[in-house]
Design a binder for this molecule. Structure first.
Ligand code: FES
Length: 111
């Protein structure tokens, strides 16, 4: 089953992407061309994969670990529903998930 994810860019554009159960949200976003750097490749040693989850989806995700919450403290523009996308695994019940990429997310690959 394909799981649809909508990314909202810093400019407010919607980018539709999709993945499968078990896929990592960071990888799905990168594959769709979003500027999610993911410098540490999911080791929770950076916060460049920061996304803001839509309010009505936030509670449907697994709880973030303490390590993730600590690392989110370093993310710019963090909000109540912020998550590290590298720590979010797609599952069938997340079909339709919507997340925003913060304005200050920068991707050195594009510089
Ligand atoms: Fe570094 Fe997610 S890629 S914390």
């Amino acid at each position: 089953m394909s799981i649809a994810v909508t990314f909202i860019t810093a400019r407010g554009d919607k980018v539709e992407a999709s993945g499968s159960a078990g896929d990592n949200l960071l990888r799905v976003g990168q594959a769709a061309g979003l500027p999610l750097e993911g410098t540490c490749e999911g080791q929770m040693a950076c916060s460049t994969c920061h996304v803001i989850v839509a309010d009505d989806w936030f509670d449907r995700l697994d709880e973030p670990s303490e390590e993730e919450e600590d690392m989110l403290d370093f993310a710019a523009g963090v909000r109540r529903t912020s998550r590290l996308s590298c720590q979010v695994e797609l599952a069938s019940e997340l079909d339709g998930l919507t997340v925003a990429v913060p304005a200050d997310s920068n991707d050195v690959r594009r510089m």
